[in-house]
Design a binder for this molecule. Structure first.
Ligand code: NAD
Ligand code: LMR
Length: 343
């Protein structure tokens, strides 16, 4: 919401400066692949609200026509187009600036995210192959789980197609930050809008590492609060899976988080010089090839990774960082091997 609001405010500010020549134009094309799903539908609605979007391309293997017809009646700038099935995928992606991928199956109680690998790995591989063929310059946002493996899968596919730009491939971990901000604000009685907690590592269980010592505004936690908050943030996805009792995983909070990441990407593409988000990306901040951290976004994707968050960690955070590495490393290798074995 802050990102969406920021964009509207920016539009107003620019309009005030010189309404005849500095109007922000809705000029970016966004595609959602898996748009008829639990995340896809509310995400499409939120992206439809963005003043920066001129076209919203909705793709799914079924049921996307009705979603697009419905959304197209909202009187916001973007044109909504629907695309169904593999034969329409290339047209969906043509000329697109940002591709968001929430296609794939969600967890049921008792499953890990890695249990989704066998189905979702193939889906992500195929969709990213089409992105490589049709809009290789686009920012790619991967939501489909297991993100710790699907991002390395996407990177391998793009490499094989000769179009890999590590600055433009993102695993969406914004929901971990959204959750951390919410839980910390509740626990410490802080104003929600002020709270920002960097979350690093990956997006599954212990690989999700909130750096509570880096919370803004500065706030102190007891050891017990750190432990309880860390575990709650790491298991928040499971909390939703269990509450939904077989009907899927987080969709609404995920759509909110993904829309924030889309809006941040569009603001960066539009020249905003002050856009920072956490994301799971190719990284040299640790000895792992992919790692989530705060990144600065610019017109060409990632401008810089932010190493300072990993400096001066507490003993608890340092230990948790070392402890997450074997699982994250194995998930990365599983993704890379999946693509390399098939070629
Ligand atoms: P869902 O089943 O409600 O929707 C998935 C959609 O993907 C469906 O509409 C389905 O038709 C579509 N789909 C399946 N195969 C496709 C293909 N080959 N091409 C295009 N579309 C295809 O699931 P959901 O709740 O929306 O979750 C989607 C994914 O997002 C899951 O893998 C879930 O684990 C993941 N997820 C990630 C995060 C995160 O933080 N990164 C958060 C929540 C969920
Ligand atoms: C989440 O964190 O909510 C998602 O990764 C979905 C899940 O399976 O928990």
């Amino acid at each position: 919401a802050a990102a969406l609001r920021g964009s509207f405010i920016r539009k107003a500010q620019l309009s005030n400066k010189s309404s005849h020549c500095l109007q922000v134009q809705a000029s970016y094309k966004v595609a959602v692949l898996g748009a008829a799903g639990g995340i896809g539908q509310p995400l499409a609605l939120l992206v439809k609200m963005s003043p920066l979007v001129s076209a919203l391309h909705l793709y799914d293997i079924a049921n996307v026509k009705g979603v697009a017809a419905d959304l197209s009646h909202c009187n916001t700038p973007s044109q909504v187009l629907d695309f169904t099935g593999a034969s329409e995928l290339a047209n969906c992606l043509n000329g697109v600036n940002v591709v968001v991928i929430p296609a794939g199956v969600p967890r049921k109680p008792g499953m890990t995210r890695d249990d989704l690998f066998n189905i979702n790995a193939n889906i992500v591989k195929t969709l990213v192959g089409a992105v490589a063929d049709n809009c290789p310059d686009a920012f790619i946002h991967i939501i489909s789980n297991p993100v710790n493996s699907t991002v390395p899968i996407a990177a391998e596919v793009l490499k094989q197609k000769g179009v890999y730009d590590p600055k433009k491939l993102f695993g969406v971990t914004t929901l971990d930050v959204v959750r951390a901000n919410t839980f910390v604000a509740q626990e410490k009685n802080l104003k929600l809008i002020d709270v920002d907690v960097p979350v690093v590592g990956g997006h599954a269980g212990v690989t999700i590492l909130p750096l509570l010592s880096k919370t803004k505004p500065s706030v102190s936690f007891t050891d017990e609060e750190v432990k309880n908050l860390t575990v709650r943030i790491q298991s928040a996805g499971t909390e939703v899976v269990e509450a939904k009792a077989g009907a899927g995983s987080a969709t609404l909070s995920m759509a909110y988080a993904a829309a924030r990441f889309v809006e941040s990407s569009l603001r960066a593409l539009d020249g905003d010089d002050d856009v920072y988000e956490c994301s799971y990306v190719q990284s040299d901040l640790t000895d792992l090839p992919f790692f989530a951290s705060r990144v600065k976004l610019g017109r060409k994707g990632i401008e810089t990774l932010i190493p300072s968050d990993l400096q001066g960690l507490t003993e608890y955070e340092q230990k948790a960082l070392e402890a997450l590495k074997p699982e994250l490393k194995a998930s990365i290798e599983k993704g890379i091997n999946f693509v390399q074995k098939q070629s």
